[in-house]
Design a protein around this ligand. Structure first.
Ligand code: GLC
Length: 492
């Protein structure tokens, strides 16, 4: 469905999210929530955010204060109490942290073995907090499966009778505590029965399915992906229920925050630069090569990669082609955290030991944003061969840093990157259509060929850096979507 932007009536919004930059992050969703909070409050709306108070956040010096000492919610027969701490973002957005030591005290965001219980509790606690604050927002913006039960819980609530729920799918592969394809058929959650209270059953709830079934409006993070998820290829088993709700499924592309992702002001890079000082970009390459022991040569093309080392990010293609690639005159720099597949980590660490002069892998948890910036600034090309990609933010960041994206034609990558045609001087990257190693290699080969012509390459870089994928338009589209959701809620 298309979104038309009109009326500017101010509304109240609560974002419910398991991740939120700058406090907690394993992926792009954390940045998206942060950007929406800033933009929506700038537009004059009242915005709050609710997120778990993980153990590692307590160690950050946030100057947060306890605003509620003890509230509680019941799951089955058990009572779970929690405290609420508050911190301020952008001077006017209150962020509330749900603090329960047993469930969220550890340093893990996900992967505890009882994530179902943790996020079941989180949804209930967020609602309990809003009741305590006597705040029933016009919009509950629920991000991914971790907030997927909120639309279900508020369905029959009198207190939230006028609150509309928007459910955003950042990544449909994650639907709940268990991998959806591993759930035994007899344990599959139809989404239609009332929610279970027993700890064992909670771990089988499909939070995403319930988000889709009960939200007033659903969206994913690019227009193309909104169409893709209605098909069996991309629907991750939920295509049928999405098709049933297809009138309510929208696509809104993410933006990026140029106050953060900008080589002119980025404090992490060695030399700041812009499109009219590209000479300094080369200095970044030389410094990175020196610091990490790669061959020092500003003319060797450097290819970056920055993502979880997991299947869907296209790591398999990189693994299958790495030996061919490393025979060429190029360097590869991989930046990642520890959330991916351990086998890939092992594999690429071995490659790094074998080719220290041309292959670098840098892994750190939490995600090393500083090194990612250094990589964007130093590299000439950026690899994003994801098998599917709801939106993808890194390709937009890389353009701003003058690192030309090489991408698979899927989801948001397809909506933002257009294949370069040197004859017509059109396009901003190198795109391959079929997901296989031959096409991936061909796209890299085309990029390397064009790189040999400095004038062409410089113009391509310059043009990419000048493109704008700011949050202004997407943030307005979200407000328009909220109004559609509010209307639907009132009609019910
Ligand atoms: C998820 C998706 C990615 C998207 C991000 C933010 O990480 O995989 O494509 O950009 O969420 O919406």
């Amino acid at each position: 469905m298309n979104i038309k932007i009109k009326s500017s009536k101010k509304i109240t919004i609560a974002h419910i999210s398991s991740q939120m930059a700058p406090f907690s992050k394993t992926g792009g969703m954390a940045d998206v929530v942060n950007a929406l909070l800033r933009k929506q409050s700038q537009f004059g709306n009242k915005v709050i955010a609710i997120t778990p108070g993980y153990g590692f956040i307590r160690n950050q010096n946030l100057g947060w204060k306890t605003i509620v000492k003890s509230l509680s919610v019941k799951i089955g027969e058990e009572e779970y109490s929690f405290a609420v701490k508050e911190s301020m973002l952008f001077n006017n957005v209150k962020v509330y942290f749900i603090c329960n030591y047993k469930l969220f005290g550890s340093h893990k965001i996900y992967g505890t073995g009882f994530d179902g219980l943790r996020f079941y509790f989180f949804n209930l606690a967020a609602l309990q907090l809003m009741r305590h604050l006597n705040f029933a927002p016009d919009i509950m913006h629920c991000h991914c499966w971790h907030a997927g039960l909120t639309p279900n819980f508020i369905k029959k609530s009198k207190f939230f009778a006028n609150s509309a729920a928007v459910f955003t799918i950042h990544n449909l592969i994650f639907q709940g505590p268990k991998n959806w394809w591993e759930v035994p058929p007899e344990k599959i959650d139809s989404g239609k029965k009332s929610l279970p209270g027993s700890k064992e059953k909670i771990e089988y709830i499909n939070f995403t399915k319930r988000g889709i079934l009960y939200a007033d409006a659903i969206n994913t993070v690019s227009e193309r992906h909104a169409k893709e998820i209605l098909t069996a290829k991309f629907g991750q088993g939920l295509e049928k229920i999405l098709q049933k709700r297809k009138e309510d499924v929208y696509g809104i592309i993410n933006g990026i925050d140029y106050k953060v992702h900008n080589p002119l002001i980025d404090k992490h890079i060695y030399h700041k630069y812009d499109w009219d000082s590209l000479r300094n970009k080369k200095k970044n390459k030389l410094k990175l090569q020196k610091e990490f022991g790669l061959t020092k040569d500003e003319n060797i093309p450097m290819l970056g990669f920055s993502n979880r080392l997991s299947e869907e990010k296209g790591v398999l293609l990189l693994q299958k082609t790495i030996h061919i690639l490393l025979k060429l005159n190029l360097q590869i720099v991989i930046i990642s955290d520890n959330y991916g597949n351990k086998e890939y980590v092992k594999f690429f660490k071995k490659i790094a030991r074998q080719h220290p002069d041309k292959f670098l892998i840098y892994i750190k948890k939490p995600f090393p944003e500083d090194m990612e910036s250094k990589m964007f600034a130093a590299s000439d090309m950026f690899l994003m061969p994801s098998s599917f990609e709801p939106c993808g933010i890194s390709q937009m960041k890389s353009l701003r840093y003058g690192s030309i994206p090489i991408v698979h034609k899927t989801g948001g990558l397809s909506d933002t990157i257009i294949d370069f045609n040197p004859r017509k001087n059109r396009g901003n990257g190198f795109v391959f259509s079929s997901y296989n190693k031959e096409e991936f290699l061909m796209a890299i080969a085309r990029a390397l060929e064009n790189y040999k012509y400095p004038k062409i390459w410089e113009y391509l870089t310059w043009r990419g850096m000048k493109e704008s994928f700011s949050w202004k338009l997407p943030a307005k589209k979200y407000l328009a979507l909220y109004k559609i959701a509010i209307k639907k809620r009132l009609l019910k």
